[in-house]
Every structure is written in structure tokens, then in C-alpha cells.
Design a protein around this ligand. Sequence first.
Ligand code: DGT
Ligand code: CA
Ligand code: CA
Ligand code: ZN
Length: 574
Amino acid sequence: MAASNSDIARIFDEVADLLEIEGANPFRVRAYRNAAQTVASLGEAVAGMVAAGRDLTEIPGVGQDLAGKMVAIVETGKLPLLAELAGRTPRTLEGLLAVPGLGPKRVAALHKALGITDLEGLRQAAAAGKLQTLPGFGAKAEANILAALDRKSKSGDTGRFTLAQAEPQAEALCAHLARSAGVERVVVAGSYRRRRETVGDLDLLVTGAADSPVLQDFTRFPDVRQVTAKGPTRAAVILRTGLQVDARLVPRESCGAALHYFTGSKAHNLAVRNLGIAKGFKVNEYGVFRGEDRIAGRTEEEIYACMGLGYVEPELRENRGEIEAARAGTLPALVRVADIRGDLHAHTNYTDGRDSPREMGLAARARGYEYLAITDHSRRLAVARGLTEERLLAQLDDIDAANDGLDGVTLLKGIECDILEDGSLDLPDAVLARLDIRVCSIHSHFGLSRDRQTERLLRAMDNPLVNILAHPTGRLIGKREPYDVDLDRVMEGARERGCFLEINAQPDRLDLDDVRARRAKELGLRLAISTDAHAAGQLGLLRFGVDQARRGWLEASDVVNTLGLAALRRLLRR
Ligand code: DGT
Ligand code: CA
Ligand code: CA
Ligand code: ZN
């Protein structure tokens, strides 16, 4: 069976990990990482393109070399390069990269000096005090690593998938099931529908005839590795990626009740059910019942109406006050993708992006945007070829030229300026003052104490040129914990100074997350939802940022990039 896009993405990600541990050229590492992400979110199957004899270099970011490797993976399911790398470096070392505080260099050092190859070896060495004997480690680093390992074993390595990883699998399955006889509708419920940042499994609901073969067809889906349950109304499988999927066949008269029940969250369901009980109803996945009579079940709206509630959007269903708000009629009108008028964080081929400013502008125009801020890295970020003053000035000319040739969309001149350890900025004020927008962020010294990290960010924002703090906590989902910072103080400081914080829409960042975004709103701080796109195709990642914003109860008026260009410009002059 031909390899799926997620197989290819996984292999490329492993190659990137192993290359990184070997200390390979960062550009090479990044090429594999970018290709993995592109392939995972591609709208069509690479295997299908190969079968049709199409040229894989059509895929953005894929050159001859990567195209050849993808063909090899499609045809053989394997990549010789990965075997070669794994021969030199044990594959279990990759797992060490997930430990906060361990980058590729440190992992390589642990392997070389102490022969550590896996998490258990790391735990033993740390517990025996061997790590602090290594250059560059020290007692504090050792204690941090032990604490991280402890947290990891407590949370029980969850194997959750980000929404972007789950999405292509969910969509392929839905399309497959929709073709079965007797099927009326297929929806994904559960945490996926609530747009949680990660999902533990997928919960599919199929509405259709009781004799539909849809569940048999489900278990025969090509990407299924193992069937774990199979009955007349429910089946469960594990896909080749490791993602588990439940599917249920429900009759039309109870599909609203089933959708409500299996969307969850469990806490939300219990709260709704208790409201029902207080009114003398029975509430379950088949409907709302008064005695034997089903009084609702066809739609979710009916169910909420029975409880005296307005319709609650799935993103809000966490029992965090949405029931009370629905009763009081004070639910927020959540921000939508269509409200967004532009993107305020994007990279180009001047640094580690793939496309030119003009190409990014064309993509922004195709999305109907009014503006796109070009915000490449500043000089300190050498791995990304961060811009010096001279190269930034050259880019500004290029942006002027691009704007002359672009109707309907405006490229804003910007920068993603590094915040240095002491809170100063990586480029002189005189240069920064020539820009329309300054996005600032931290890419180093994640380990400062809470006080120093907080002071560093506040100090940066003291500079009246700073507009937006990007990826404000630095977390990477499943890979890196947020840095230690007093976020309330940072948010209040931002509001007082006229700065904004970002919801970074990269699916492995989603930083700020839902809870922190909601806190910002409570503190009266507006946010920008930005993609941090590194290629034109990534402007579409916006939807993941909007999902988190919605989970954070944000309305259009809480989001700065729902403003038109003129109003935005006024706001950027602090
Ligand atoms: P996940 O898969 O861990 O990302 O999170 P969910 O929310 O998708 O949870 P899952 O897959 O275990 O169950 C799907 C939904 O089914 C859940 O959100 C609510 C509903 N559900 C599951 N178990 C129970 C239960 O014991 N009581 C109630 N009221 N609802 C439940
Ligand atoms: Ca689930
Ligand atoms: Ca489930
Ligand atoms: Zn960026």
C-alpha cells in the first residue's frame, strides 16, 4: 500500500531530528521540517500525484532532491537516508529532544559522553548526578531535566495529535465514509469539534440508515492499521499514524442529541444534564425525554432550547461559564475567520521564509486581505539569516516596489525583532522607526528566572516602537514548556503601554493558548491573530489561531487585525 502524506511527513520529521542531533546544517534540517509540514497539510495525496506521473516539485518548497525522496517513500514505504542516519544515531535519541531544556547539541553530548540513548538512560544518569559533570550542564540543568522527566511520566506520554496533524486524517475519513450507501451526514465530534489544540482520538458520527454498510467501510479504510471494536452501531480503529478513531452510526431522530453528547466536553455535558434533571427531564445521547416522550433530539439547538439556553458554540463547551452565559443571554459573538482583515506576522525569502514579499502579497490578496505585514527576523537570529540594518533597508525598497505592483492589498513594512537578554532590541531605534509595525519576540535565554523574564519583556515594551509581542510564552506543543514569566503583569503592562500580544496560529505553537487569550480579554488587552507564515500557503493556518481565539471567548472587537488599515495604522502609532 502506498505511503500516505502523514507517513512521508513523519519520515521527514525523523530525518530532521536525527540531522539536528548530528549537528547538520540548519538549512538542511529546516528544509525537511518545512517539507514535512507542507506534505502533512497538502490538499491531495502525494501517492496519487506519483501514480498520475505528476512532478512533485509542483509542491511548494519541494525541489528535485526532496521530490526524489518522496517518490522513494511512496514506492517503498522507506527512505534509505533515514536508515543511514539511524545507523549512525540511535532512533531513541529523538525522544530526548522532547525533554524541555534538551536541544540537539545537548542530546548529542549526552550520547557521546555518557552513552545515553533513551529517556530511561537519561533518568538514571540524572538521578546519579552524572549530568552535572558534563560541560555546559551544571546542577541546575540536571535538576530541571529530572523535574521535566517527572512531569512527563506523570502526564503519561499522551500521544495526542495537534489539530493540524489530525485534520487531513479526519477529512480523508469523512470523505471515505460519505461515499457509503445510506449515509446522510458525517461529522467529527469530540475535542476535534471543540477545536482543542490537541486531540486524543477522533469521534465520528454518521447519520444514516440502520442497514448502511458504513461501519464495514470504515474498518476497511486504507489507512487503518488495526480494528479494535466492531458492532452494528459502533466501530473503532487505530490508523497507521497511531491516531485512534471511534465511529458511531446514529438515526436521524437522535442525531442532534448524539452530536451534542459526543462533542462534549464531559464537564459541559454533565452541567447540561443536571439542568435537565432539575426540569424533570432525562438527557442522554438519544435525546431529551419527559417520561417516555422524546421532546428533543433532532438538532443541538432543540436540546439547548429545552434547557432554556441559547445555542453554545462547540469551542465554548468546557463548562467554564458558558452555561451561565447561555442562560443570561450574554454569550460572546465569537470572532470568525471572515472577520480577519489582514495578517501581522509573516516571513519571506530574505530570512527563513520561502517566498518573496510580492508572492506573499499576492497570497494575501487572494485571501481578500487589506494588508499583510512583512516581519522577517532580525540579525541576532543567525540560523534564520536574520536581517542586518542594510538588508532590512534593501527589503524596504523591495516592499515599496511590490506595493506599486499590487492592487487591493498593502504590504506593511515590519520586523520580527529579537528581544535581547536585557530587554533591549536587536536593531537600533532609528531603523525600527522607519517601519510600519514592529513585532518583537524572544528566541534565546528561555531559562531566566520568572522575575528577570518578566522584567525583560516589560522593558522591551517600554520602547514606544514595540507593537506586538509574538508567541508570548514560547511554548511548543508537546516539545517545550512555556518559559517562566508573570503573564498577568506582562499583559497589564502591554495594555498600559498600548502594545498587543499575539495568538500565533502555527499549529504547534498556538501561543497564547485559549485560557491565556481569555485572560487577556478579561484584563482588557486586545490580541493579534497572526500566522507567522514561512510560505505563502501558510497564510491559511490562520484558522487554527482563530479556533483558539474562539475558545478564549474573543469577539471581533478583541482582535486588532479585524480592523481596517486606517484604524490599524492609528493603533500602531502608540
Ligand atoms: P480527547 O479525545 O481526549 O481529545 O477528548 P474528547 O472530549 O474528544 O473525549 P472522548 O473522545 O473521550 O469522548 C468524546 C465525548 O464523549 C466527550 O467529549 C464527551 C462524551 N463523553 C465521553 N464519556 C462520557 C461520560 O462518561 N459522560 C458524559 N456525559 N459524556 C461523555
Ligand atoms: Ca475524542
Ligand atoms: Ca473517543
Ligand atoms: Zn516569526
